[in-house]
Design a binder for this molecule. Sequence first.
Ligand code: FES
Length: 68
Amino acid sequence: MAETRIQILNQGPIIIAGHADLIDDQGNTIPRREPMALCRCGQSQTMPFCDGIEKGHMKTCSRAKNIL
Ligand code: FES
């Protein structure tokens, strides 16, 4: 099975490349896109996917050095 990669973009969405099931809060599978860009700002009109509206509005990024 291919490896799944999850990447947090600087001031942008979370990118998921590889196999992953996306499940909503009621247990339903959301049709996937490849790669998937999941909204991290809460402003997307196409939730849970990023539609690019965050550009210029997000100020933070999660980086390994800040978490460890
Ligand atoms: S992170 Fe892209 S619309 Fe929210």
